[in-house]
Design a protein around this ligand. Structure first.
Ligand code: HEM
Length: 506
């Protein structure tokens, strides 16, 4: 064959191949596209922002799930997010595909909150996360969870909170700050080994800053920063959040320094001591590159403090607000408490004899739904889920709001109905679609501590006080609209804590 002929046949083959390659690639692209979760058509740069209410992102996503199903795609600005909606889907993804959906997506705000992405529990992934989470769980167990110790630490805190409530002598007041001080103190007691006085200025600032950050992290301007970090990096809410984080880290370092000076590795006072003792042990064994360093300790201690305070405090304030709004339910709780416990201190072991009270606490958590989107996850690998292809590294929102309002799971999803957790004989029943602590690899490691706190604080307060709206305000007028933030907390409000007759303060 002549050289020219050979060249011509190569050209012919190439000319045939090019359109074939284009067709094949278009075919695969359209197949991939078809297999991806559906969703509303995004606009360039804006994505689906025009379809969202950033003040109630969770509600907007629930609305979209009615149109696009339980696995769908939205674009928050340029950021692609796959949303999981409804109990069955969220549970299936987080539990049956635990590894695939088990990574944390770290937004620019997560970056701001955690210092370094390698450190801590909440915004970390990989080996260090695994080790810190395991260490936190074990030590929370030893210094707090499961065993008597936590119960005693909570019971130690209760009279201080009651004293603050009593000081108002039945007049209207906001419980926001004192409630946050009480639950934060329980964490401090577990992490540092001792509680703080509510009058301690540094403690007050630390709690106030952490709580403010919850509000700032969910504010529309910080949400815009998350989507367009370059454009919105200077917004004042983000700058304030960063300042708060820096101040709190400084404060935590100072507290760790004080404990370090008096450390006795054979007698750990709390989580920090235990971490320092372990760090020392690894250093003695000359183990290199350990995750046990001071920066990791600061971030982990800060994660426990932040994750454990506003969530628990907000739930308790929802509970009191709901009691004031539904006085018949409050009466029934108090009747059960008087009959079963009387005026002595309630203990965790009383819970099984207080089914109605237990149901009220569960129903409060369901309706309050304080962490509506969990904390965003990320896929650790390509995954095909419910027939849809989701790429590795995709941000995933487990939409807990849709679980707690799932019409196929709850008889009256939108009303406060403790019967959701009671059988026909009035016995407490667990419900699968109760997921305030999420599920799977990233499920809240503070769940048992939180449950203990909710039970002991709530019952102790209801033993002593009746919660009512301020004079002149009707029960119906108490507003259950949450305030905007990363968490759903009650909007600013005041209640009266009226002392109950015949109950001795012990
Ligand atoms: C009523 C109280 C609480 C609620 C409703 C709650 C709820 C949650 C939720 C929904 C998550 C996200 C789970 C996910 O991403 O799928 C979470 C994570 C977390 N919670 Fe809680 N929590 C509460 C109390 C606590 C307490 C008391 C502590 C610690 C002492 C704590 C520590 C954490 C930590 C460290 C994480 C991050 C876990 C990880 O990324 O591996 N929480 N919590």
């Amino acid at each position: 064959m002549m050289l020219k002929d050979l060249f011509q046949s190569y050209v012919t083959v190439a000319l045939m191949l090019v359109p074939m390659c284009i067709l094949v690639s278009l075919f695969f692209r359209s197949r991939d596209k078809r297999r991806e979760p559906p969703g509303p058509q995004p606009l360039p740069l804006l994505g689906n922002l025009l379809q969202m209410d950033l003040k109630r992102l969770d509600r907007s996503l629930v609305d979209l799930s009615k149109k696009y199903g339980s696995v769908f795609t939205v674009y928050l600005g340029p950021q692609k997010v796959v949303v999981l909606a409804g109990y069955k889907t969220v549970k299936q993804a987080l539990v049956n595909y635990a590894v695939e959906f088990g990574e944390r997506y770290v937004s620019p705000t997560g970056h701001d909150l955690s210092g370094s992405l390698r450190n801590g529990v909440t915004f970390a992934n990989g080996e260090s996360w695994k080790e810190m989470r395991r260490f936190a769980l074990t030590n929370l167990r030893d210094f707090g969870m499961g065993k008597k110790a936590a119960e005693d630490k909570i019971i130690e805190e209760i009279p201080y909170l009651i004293e603050v409530f009593q000081r108002h002598e039945g007049q209207p007041f906001s419980s926001a700050q004192s409630m946050n001080y009480a639950v934060s103190n329980v964490i401090c007691s577990i992490v540092y080994g001792s509680r703080f006085e509510y009058s301690d200025e540094e403690f007050r600032l630390m709690v106030d800053r952490a709580n403010e950050n919850f509000r700032l992290a969910g504010s529309p301007s910080v949400q815009l920063f998350k989507m367009y970090p370059l454009i919105f990096q200077w917004v004042s809410n983000r700058m304030r959040l960063k300042r708060n984080v820096a101040e709190n880290r400084k404060q935590i370092k100072k507290l760790i320094g004080i404990l370090q000076e008096t450390l006795n590795v054979h007698m750990c006072r709390g989580f920090v001591d235990s971490f320092l003792a372990h760090k020392q042990k690894l250093e003695d064994l000359k183990i290199p590159d350990s995750n046990y360093n001071i920066e990791n300790l600061v971030t982990t201690a800060s994660n426990l403090f932040v994750a454990g305070s506003d969530t628990t405090g907000a739930t308790l304030r929802w509970a009191l607000l709901l009691m004031a709004k539904y006085p018949q339910i409050q009466d029934q709780v108090q009747e059960e408490l008087s009959r079963v416990v009387g005026s002595r201190q309630v203990r965790v072991e009383d819970r099984r004899n207080l089914p109605y009270t237990d149901a009220v606490i569960h129903e409060t958590q369901r309706l309050a739904n304080v962490v509506p989107l969990a904390i965003p996850h990320k896929t650790s690998q390509d995954v095909t889920f419910q027939g849809f292809f989701i790429k590795e590294g995709t941000t995933v929102f487990p939409l807990l709001t849709s679980v707690h309002h799932d019409e196929s799971e709850w008889e009256s999803p939108n009303s406060f109905n403790p019967s959701h957790f009671l059988d026909t004989e009035g016995k407490f029943i667990r419900r699968d679609a109760f997921m305030p602590f999420s599920a799977g690899r990233r499920a809240c490691p503070g769940e048992s501590l939180a449950r203990m706190e909710l039970f002991l604080f709530f019952t102790s307060l209801l033993q002593r006080f009746c919660f009512t709206p301020p004079p002149g305000v009707k029960e119906d007028d108490l507003d259950l609209t949450p305030s905007v933030g990363f968490n759903l907390t009650p909007s600013p409000h005041e209640l009266c804590a009226v002392s109950r007759e015949g109950i001795k303060n012990e």
